[in-house]
Design a binder for this molecule. Structure first.
Ligand code: NAP
Length: 259
């Protein structure tokens, strides 16, 4: 399917691996020129090189921590007029509700709420002026159904979801579309580290931990970054213009609900 975005420019943050990379690849396949970010320069350059080679699009890289104002400014300088923005950052660590300090909350809110908001504040005015834009924020299934050990994520991402609910409707009249993608368990380094947490807590092997987590998903497997990226590319496509402020859950049916 031609997504109608060939030649557009897009930013994907936290994109050297996992879900961010899945989104970058799907956008590149659709012909989008990319600006990619991640902290580790080596993995970022390797990803950029593979994407250039495979899809023949321009890929610019900005290595650095996207939760800092300086790196966000660098990303915007590298792509001052993005048509597409996919926001992503690492998720907060698991833990216990009674243990988190104010600093732990501030760090999580900075990473998973205020960073995507700052990126949107930087990109939206230009998109509105040009009359076209697409924003996808990678959040989590925890927005719809809390994950006990991930209270920091549950909290910070709920804040971002509230911001998007209001803002998406304010920018829609200018042809700018903002939606959130909510990953359930996907096969990435992050999933492997959460498997390791279950392994440790339950005293079982890594394989048992993974099997146990997969068994709780009706699709009986983890999602893939490529599937996730394809959904992202569709929400960034020419055909997504009437999908405003939605929260699309990609979880293999894990959330048991009618609506
Ligand atoms: P991942 O495989 O660990 O990949 C994370 C990517 O983000 C890497 O490229 C990493 O590169 C980059 N990154 C992390 N922190 C960054 C920062 N501060 N600044 C710039 N780049 C950063 O993670 P993932 O599984 O794709 O998860 C992506 C997001 O989805 C996370 O917020 C995660 O909590 C959420 N999520 C994932 C799942 C899942 O099952 N995978 C489920 C629900 C929610 P560097 O380390 O080099 O920076």
């Amino acid at each position: 399917m031609d997504l109608g975005i060939k030649g557009r420019s897009g930013i994907v943050t936290a994109a050297s691996k996992g879900l961010g990379r899945g989104c970058a690849e799907a956008l590149a396949e659709a012909g989008v020129a990319l600006t990619l970010n991640a902290r580790g320069a080596e993995a970022l350059e390797a990803t950029a090189a593979e994407i250039r080679e495979r899809y023949g699009v321009t890929v610019t890289t900005v290595a650095g921590d996207i939760t800092t104002e300086a790196v966000r400014a660098e990303v915007m300088a590298a792509c001052p007029a993005p048509d597409i923005l996919v926001t992503n950052a690492g998720g907060p660590p698991p833990g216990m509700w009674s243990d988190w300090s104010r600093d732990d909350f501030i760090k999580a809110i900075d990473s998973n709420m205020l960073t995507p908001i700052a990126l949107m504040q930087a990109a939206l005015p230009g998109m509105m002026e040009r009359g076209w834009g697409r924003v996808v924020n990678i959040t989590s299934q925890s927005v719809k159904s809390p994950i006990a050990a991930l209270g920091l994520s549950n909290s910070a991402r709920a804040g971002l979801t509230g911001f998007v609910a209001g803002t998406s409707r304010q920018v829609a009249p200018s042809g700018v579309v903002i939606n959130n993608l909510l990953p359930g368990i996907h096969d990435t380094d992050r999933a492997a580290s959460l498997d390791a947490g279950v392994m440790k807590a339950e005293g079982i092997s890594r394989e048992e931990a993974r099997d146990r987590r997969a068994a709780a998903i009706p699709a009986r497997r983890y999602g893939t970054p490529a599937e996730f990226g394809a959904a992202c590319a569709f929400l960034c496509s020419q055909y997504a213009g009437f999908i405003i402020g939605q929260n699309l859950l990609l979880d293999g049916g894990a959330l048991n609900s009618t609506l």
